[in-house]
Ligand binder design. Structure first.
Ligand code: PEP
Length: 229
């Protein structure tokens, strides 16, 4: 299983350090086959040692240059960061990242050999139209994406389930993962209101290879509890 924590715009440099120390201590009891990835805010990047991978929530598709407010691969390389989240719905919706820009980012980070955690997910009005509409929508989010890339991990995150406390049902997750796996044979995570109360049920669904967790992973103990089971 892959357990990924997305801090979004939460935690400082100091609290991330304390978090990762607490997490590392707890991870001594983790199953050797399980993988843990933590995406802190960029201000907290550092050289951390531990049984987890530090990833970037975002970066601009360039090494360096005149891109005010952005960071590129030069800044990630300073901390040995080789994993990146691309396509998160908050960036698509709140920051206006189009499919073509997401695909440009994907191509750049692929070219540079990064592990890419690529997010897809449908809005509520599409979910209400049924499974076929959901699948058509999700597959359109792979436009311009090389789904054969060997360092690709996909995260299915229904937008209506993110940060709402309302996870997709077991049936919705199972059907969507099964559908996606017919086209994309890559590790497939589920994300959207995963918490200690539902993680066991979600990780036991066939076709779920891991979870991407926001709110419930902001506390190191909570995240560790979910990893350790
Ligand atoms: C996310 O934003 O990737 C996410 C899954 O958030 P939450 O767990 O808070 O729904």
């Amino acid at each position: 299983m892959i357990y990924a924590a997305n801090f979004k715009m939460n935690h400082t440099r100091a609290s991330t350090k304390a978090y990762l120390e607490a997490l590392q201590e707890a991870l001594a009891g983790k199953n050797a086959d399980d993988r843990v990835i933590v995406f802190p805010p960029a201000t907290a990047y550092d050289h951390y040692e531990g049984d987890f991978t530090l990833g970037a929530q975002n970066a601009y598709p360039a090494k360096e240059g005149a891109y005010t407010g952005e960071i590129g691969t030069a800044q990630l390389e300073e901390f040995g960061i080789r994993t990146i989240l691309i396509g998160h719905s908050e960036r698509r919706q709140l920051l206006g990242e189009s499919q073509s820009f997401v695909a440009e980012k994907f191509a750049y980070f692929k070219e540079n050999g990064f592990e890419i955690l690529y997010c897809i997910g449908e809005p509520l009005h599409i979910r209400q139209q049924g499974d076929e509409a959901v699948m058509t929508y999700l597959l359109s989010q792979f436009e311009g994406i090389d789904t054969s890339y060997e360092k690709l991990i996909v995260a299915y995150e229904p937008i209506w389930a993110i940060g709402t406390g309302r996870s997709a049902t077991v049936e919705e997750i199972a059907t969507t993962h099964e559908g996606l796996k017919k086209t994309i044979q890559k590790p497939l995570l589920y994300g959207g209101s995963v918490k200690p109360e539902n993680i066991k049920e979600i990780t036991s669904i066939r076709g779920v290879d891991g979870v991407l967790i926001g709110s419930a992973a902001l506390d190191a103990k909570n995240f560790a509890t979910m990893i350790l089971g």
